[in-house]
Design a protein around this ligand. Structure first.
Ligand code: FPP
Length: 237
């Protein structure tokens, strides 16, 4: 891989919102003869490094797809491991997030998560609420179709008979955030997997074969350099 240092990136053309589908934890573990949970644990190390890297680059918003509404279909043991890991990581990393001036928001059906995870999310959101740096937006028990349906139902409940695109944007979990400029997916799958379907209408997509637990700062810099080489037209010429 051609390495790109952060200093060679054009700081005026970084994404305002970067969204990442963290994929390949299971395959990473399998390739090393380890249980799947070892891949998820190693994935938390990548989360830590990428959050720090985005914060150092002054990227305003980072959304990470940590658990989808479809992930409940995994074996019960793996779901339990993932929930335990999320709660543990949120508790353990809160000080690091605070030192990096990171704010936290969770999007998805948070009420449908185990109480142990909900309370760690709430505690971390509250601890970090006055920070002014990177907004770390964690998609937890998240599904984009459900998000759109929830938004439409909210507007119907408010008495709307018809809505504009801007009104629907404002009714989504991501209300107030810029749409992602760049979506990164690790581990080579060419899919969107029910992630931010409305918001990524004009996002640039970057797929790397690297498994999430191996995805480090230099891989992020390579993705950003690739993004900066692309002309963006938003449907124009
Ligand atoms: C996809 O790999 C990864 C997940 C479903 C979980 C991602 C969650 C973490 C890395 C923990 C995040 C923690 C915090 C605090 C944000 P996969 O299991 O689908 O991999 P595979 O496709 O190779 O099986």
């Amino acid at each position: 891989m051609k390495t790109t240092s952060g200093s060679s990136l054009d700081k005026s053309r970084l994404p305002r919102h970067l969204a990442i589908i963290m994929d390949g934890n299971g395959r990473w573990a399998k390739s090393k003869g380890l249980p799947r949970v070892a891949g998820h644990k190693a994935g938390v190390d990548s989360v830590r490094e990428i959050v720090r890297a985005c914060s150092d680059l002054r990227i305003p918003v980072l959304t990470l797809y940590a658990f989808s509404t479809e992930n409940w279909a995994r074996p019960q043991d793996e779901v339990t491991d993932l929930m335990g890991l999320l709660a543990f990581a949120l508790r353990r990393e809160a000080d690091m997030l605070d030192k990096n001036d990171v704010r936290l928001q969770a999007i998805g059906h948070i009420a449908g998560l185990p109480q142990s995870v909900r309370s760690e999310v709430e505690r971390a959101v509250d601890k970090l609420k006055d920070n002014t740096g990177l907004l770390l937006n964690l998609a937890l028990n998240y599904g984009a179709r459900q998000e759109i349906v929830d938004g439409v139902n909210r507007l119907i409940a408010e008495g709307r008979k018809s809505v504009s695109a801007d009104e629907l944007s404002g009714a989504l979990y991501t209300a107030g955030l810029p749409d992602p400029d760049l979506v990164i997916r690790t581990s080579g799958e060419m899919r969107v997997s029910n992630f931010l379907l409305w918001q990524i209408a004009y996002s640039e997509l970057y797929v790397t074969p690297v498994f999430w637990p191996d995805f480090r700062r230099e891989h992020l810099h390579a993705a950003l350099a690739d993004y900066q080489r692309r002309p963006r037209r938003f449907g124009g010429v």
